[in-house]
Design a protein around this ligand. Structure first.
Ligand SMILES: NC(=O)c1ccc[n+]([C@@H]2O[C@H](COP(=O)([O-])OP(=O)(O)OC[C@H]3O[C@@H](n4cnc5c(N)ncnc54)[C@H](OP(=O)(O)O)[C@@H]3O)[C@@H](O)[C@H]2O)c1
Length: 235
């Protein structure tokens, strides 16, 4: 796909990975709508990118949003959804575990109401995460949700073809999702990336490049692209 002149919707497009995807798509000439629950938090976004407010967990709002937006060519969803549960399964607050699936339901809503507005040559990218296929201790919820996202894309690909759908799976990426600052932030990332083959956190732009690759390459659908610093193959 030649991105220039295409219309792109990026859910979760106001921060981190989604924001970088929005910026790259706009840079390549797409008309981009970057959406989140509270886009006023977005900070410095070029005026060429239109901001929108939407909670992906609200199916009626998602349906109304796509009806207003009309035809689209590119649909990216990297919205985190809601809260996430961590820790051993046997000690996990089950409401927290269920709440982690808000991300999946958000993705499901966006597919349910967005796919019919996607042009035939259109492309969708969802975002999972490395724990989907290689969970570390305490990542049961992240793993279950991420696996479900990847399975959803694989399963729906045939149903929506020739429209394409792929997943990008990030490893540990330095984004506003982690609220730490200063030394605490540096120590956190040093600690959580020390066993990776590439011993640093990824940059959101490195993941966005994976998203753009999946959009531009017309011969890819139903698959997952890992951008993870070697998380999956580290000892
Ligand atoms: N960063 C990592 O290390 C990492 C690793 C693996 C996977 N991931 C995945 O990558 C994706 C992007 O993460 P990120 O690090 O870029 O996070 P981020 O910087 O916190 O950005 C998340 C974005 O999602 C939006 N959002 C959250 N819930 C939403 C909802 N219900 N409806 C609409 N928008 C919503 C947020 O804006 P509002 O708050 O305004 O809604 C924000 O724009 C997530 O799916 C995450 O699980 C990240």
């Amino acid at each position: 796909m030649d991105i220039s002149g295409k219309k792109a919707i990026v859910l979760g497009g106001t921060s981190g990975i989604g924001l970088q995807a929005s910026l790259m798509l706009a840079e390549k000439g797409a008309s981009v709508v970057a959406v989140s629950r509270d886009p006023s938090k977005a900070g410095d976004v070029p005026s060429s990118i239109r901001l929108g407010a939407l909670d992906t967990r609200d199916p009626e709002a998602v349906e109304a949003f796509f009806n207003i937006e009309g035809d689209i060519d590119i649909l990216v969803n990297s919205a985190t959804g809601g809260s996430r549960a961590f820790g051993p399964f046997m000690e996990m607050d089950m409401k927290g575990f269920q709440g982690s699936f808000d991300k999946l339901w958000g993705y499901a809503n966006v597919l349910r109401y967005g796919v019919s507005h996607l042009r035939e040559a259109g492309s969708i990218v969802l975002v999972s995460g490395s724990p989907a296929r290689r969970p570390k201790p305490g990542q049961i919820a992240l793993s279950a949700v991420g696996s479900a996202v990847e399975a959803l894309a694989r399963a729906i690909a045939a149903e929506i073809a020739p429209k394409r759908i792929n997943v990008v799976s990030p490893g540990i990426i330095d984004t506003p999702m982690v609220a730490l600052s200063g030394d605490d932030r540096a120590k956190h990332y040093q600690n959580v990336t020390k066993t990776q083959l590439i011993g640093r956190p990824g940059d959101a732009a490195e993941v966005a490049k994976g998203i753009v690759f999946a959009i531009e390459n017309d011969f890819i659908t139903g698959t997952t692209i890992d951008v993870d610093g070697g998380w999956l193959v580290a000892q």
